[in-house]
Write a protein that binds this ligand. Structure first.
Ligand SMILES: [Cu+2]
Length: 436
């Protein structure tokens, strides 16, 4: 169980977030970094500053005030699980953290993902996966050597890590890798994909739903002329200076056009409306695009058993994830829960395709109570069933639900975002056993 812990009281953390945007971000860009040729170029920094956006804002609560735990133990306590060399071990990872998204890997061991959110999926072999708050992944590993392996749960913003050990005997340790370079948000995270327009293909083609080298996907096109996109996690690093808006001449740069999302209540709680959100379920998550090994993506997930309800959706509902990072306001469709917005209404038993669009610069793990929903991608009838899905910045995710009678909490599973307003209710009527 992965967790974050702070000696600061949660109310104090929330108060500090409200008072000053990015208060816990100790990894901002510096002039020294600019002169040393690191991070963004001057042109990029100017463009981003004009939009009041900070590309180092990956997490709002960070290792500056958090300790990262594995089964309740800090990195130096070295919680250890024992194995006999050669045996297959099933590990269930649960992200129980209040606020931190983790990137999980076990250097030297491949992991075969066999379940997501407790639901079986077709086995898929990866070297690393990103896990949002409330998500779970079951993986099988088979360590054959008589040696220790480090389980790494690195914070998504690389401000710290949790650490545990898999070993044949107690007291053993394996090398602990250093924290990797902290990632920078990109124009894609603002809902504007540069590569889609510059013709760089790669990640854009993958995110647009191109086959991911998944042998099970029907309808794969092997005859394309373009070079196949790199497997998730193995894209070449983005060249410095490739991420400014000036690269897209003649494009409409309105980052807050209400026409792009008429259902959103515009106000101070809406800093941005993504002009061109895209399906990013083929992307490996912030900071994992170019780590040099295979990273899990949602498009890898295929349910092992047939879906219990494979009916096509009868209607569609789009919900925008909105926020203002500077004022730490969060909501759905521009409304905080404290404003008492009308709940999202459903008829019991109806099939609805819900599309979440992220209009903020942060990943949000969105969680629905009382249901497993099916992420919409191939193959129909065996869509992966989940209760929580990470929506990447500038990204959109579609899932189908069969509405169950009741009032169901629907919220971002980051505690401080939920507390800041990103919470709503799915109201499904009539109740079970009640006349329609
Ligand atoms: Cu959130």
């Amino acid at each position: 169980m992965l967790a974050d812990f702070s000696f600061l009281h949660p109310h104090r953390i929330f108060q500090k977030l409200k008072q000053q945007g990015g208060v816990f971000n100790y990894q901002k860009q510096t002039i020294a970094g600019l002169l040393a040729g690191k991070d963004q170029t001057l042109r990029e920094r100017i463009e981003w500053a004009k939009m009041l956006m900070d590309p180092t804002d990956i997490s709002d609560v960070t290792g500056a005030v958090l300790k990262f735990l594995v089964n309740g133990h800090g990195p130096n306590e070295n919680w250890t699980a024992l194995f006999k060399p050669g045996e297959r071990v099933r590990l269930r990872f649960i992200n129980a953290a209040a606020q931190m998204i983790f990137n999980v890997r076990i250097p030297g061991l491949r992991m075969t993902v066999v379940a997501a959110d407790g639901q079986n999926v077709r086995p898929v072999e990866v070297d690393e996966f990103q896990i949002g708050n409330a998500e779970t992944y079951d993986v099988i590993v088979q360590p054959t050597e008589d040696r220790a392996y480090t389980i790494v749960s690195e914070a998504v913003d690389r401000s710290g890590m949790g650490r545990a050990t898999l070993a044949p005997r107690p007291g053993m340790t394996a090398p602990v890798p250093a924290l990797r370079e902290r990632p920078l948000a990109t124009m894609k995270d603002m809902g504007m994909d540069m590569s889609a327009h510059a013709g760089r293909g790669g990640a854009a083609a993958a995110a647009a739903g191109a086959p991911m080298g998944h042998g099970n996907m029907p309808g794969m096109d092997h005859g394309g002329a373009a070079a196949p996109p790199a497997p998730p996690g193995m894209a070449p690093p983005r060249p410095r200076g490739s991420d400014v808006m000036a690269d897209m001449p003649g494009m409409d740069m309105n980052m807050r056009d209400p026409k792009n999302a008429p259902q959103v209540k515009m106000g101070p709680g809406v800093q941005m409306i993504s002009p061109m959100p895209m399906d990013r379920t083929g992307d490996p998550g912030q900071g994992l695009e170019s780590v040099g090994h295979r990273v899990l993506v949602y498009k890898d997930l295929v349910a092992l058993e047939p879906n219990p309800d494979a009916r096509p959706p009868e209607r569609a509902l789009e919900i925008r994830l909105t926020g203002n990072m500077e004022r730490f306001m969060w909501g759905f469709d521009g409304r905080k829960f404290s404003e008492k917005p009308p709940p999202y209404a459903f008829r019991r038993g109806e099939r609805v395709r819900v599309t979440l669009v992220n209009d903020t610069m942060m990943t949000h793990p969105i969680h629905l109570h009382g249901h497993f929903f099916e992420l919409v991608h191939a193959p129909v009838g065996q869509l992966p069933r989940k209760h929580t899905v990470n929506v990447l910045p500038g990204g959109k995710v579609s899932f189908d639900i069969t509405a169950e009678g009741g009032d169901w909490a629907f919220h971002c599973h980051m505690l401080y975002h939920m507390h800041g307003g990103m919470f709503q209710v799915f109201k499904v009527r009539p109740f079970e056993g009640e006349a329609a």
